[in-house]
Design a protein around this ligand. Structure first.
Ligand code: ATP
Ligand code: MG
Length: 346
């Protein structure tokens, strides 16, 4: 959804559940260098709220963040939270781009869940259909107009110029994978309220899902099962995670049911992918987001599915000076979306 093209300086903005984050890159060519990054925590109730007062609070936080970061540009590429975006991969008859546009509009009602005239649709042909040689695969996204318009108003109210909106999960995939990655890989962003799951292959996402389980649900199960308060639960969960040895496995026992809800969805996605693409085997799972810091989570998933699991690096396609290494590594789990937005080709 590009509104203006040819804009060379801009920043990526991720309005997440627990924080607002921005990344600004400079230079040109495939690997740009980090100019600025910054974040400000927000109350998890305001990020997706439609209430005017919450929108204003959010605008205030972003405005303060911008002045603190001393950005030189007002151009921004904004992420769209997966809870608000419908994304699907469909097979459609091979035809010219003009005919394709007509055909999609004609069929739109049966392709997206929201009313067509109240939604903004976007699509890209990502390859040949694995099922039918007369068809191509189309990655289709749609977002309610209301949401886009509210975000645009909010961002323009603080003097920003929105150059594009892009679904979080697509930006995330760009940041987490090598630009020339061909093997099928899963990217998991385990956020506060939900987990974004993408399987990408040959440079394009082939399956995307948003799963309503994140760190909040994991911490809540520890609160309930161990009868402790939120703060303690968070400390215990992120200290001991899925270790069966620590605290006699009490933390493990208290959260494993919730973690397995997530694991079950991962399994379904792998099966779906393999059914559609035949023999291709998932090469690895890359985990990021706050809850990917859960101790022994990568190991647990690796053992369960017999696939290698690695922690994603938000800065893998960005260059920066070596003295920034540690600082950037500390925040890497939270910056995948913002970095991916900033890596967009203008
Ligand atoms: N060491 C830690 N101590 C406490 N909490 C942690 C720790 N590491 C991660 N977290 C969790 O990380 C969460 C934030 O994760 P993340 O930054 O991925 O969320 P988000 O991007 O704001 O949310 P979303 O992507 O769902 O909109 C916090 O809610 C917290 O529970
Ligand atoms: Mg996030």
């Amino acid at each position: 959804m590009s509104l203006i093209s040819g804009v060379s300086d801009f920043f990526g903005l991720d309005i997440g559940t627990t924080a607002v984050r921005l990344v600004n890159l400079k230079g040109s060519g495939p690997v740009k260098s980090l100019a600025r990054y910054a974040y400000a925590p927000i109350d998890s109730k305001i990020s997706l709220s439609d209430a005017k007062s919450d929108q204003q609070r959010l605008a205030g936080v972003i405005r303060d963040l911008l002045s603190e970061a001393r950005l030189l540009t007002r151009n921004v590429a904004v992420g769209l939270p997966s809870q608000k975006v419908f994304t699907t991969v469909v097979d459609i008859d091979r035809m010219s781009p003009g005919e394709l546009a007509k055909s999609i509009h004609y069929q739109a009602d049966s392709l997206i869940p929201t009313p067509v005239d109240a939604s903004k649709m976007d699509w890209a042909v990502i390859g040949d259909s694995p099922k039918d040689s007369n068809k191509v695969e189309l990655l289709l996204t749609s977002v309610p107009n209301d949401f886009i318009e509210n975000r645009l108003d909010m961002l323009e109210s603080i003097g920003l110029n929105v150059i594009s909106f892009e679904p979080d999960n697509l930006a995330l995939t760009r940041a987490m994978l090598a630009p020339d990655a061909t093997l099928p890989q899963m990217v998991l962003d385990i956020g506060n309220k939900s987990t974004d799951l993408v399987i990408a292959m040959n440079g394009a996402p082939r399956l995307t899902r948003s799963i309503p389980t994140g760190s909040e649900a994991i911490i809540r199960s520890a609160v309930q099962n161990l009868n402790i308060d939120d703060k303690q639960a968070e400390q215990f969960v992120f200290k001991f995670g899925l270790s069966k040895e620590k605290l006699e496995g009490q933390i493990y026992q208290s959260i494993i049911g919730t973690v397995d809800l997530l694991a079950g969805e991962i399994e379904k996605s792998i099966k779906f992918f393999q059914t559609r693409y035949g023999d291709v085997k998932l090469d690895r799972i890359i985990v990021t987001g706050g809850a990917s810091a859960l101790p022994e989570f990568p190991l647990y998933i690796a053992n369960k599915f017999g696939i290698s699991v690695e922690i994603g690096n938000a800065w893998r396609n960005v260059s920066f000076s070596p003295d920034k290494q540690n600082e950037l590594l500390t925040v890497s789990n939270h910056f995948g979306v913002a970095a991916g937005l900033a890596e967009r080709a203008e």
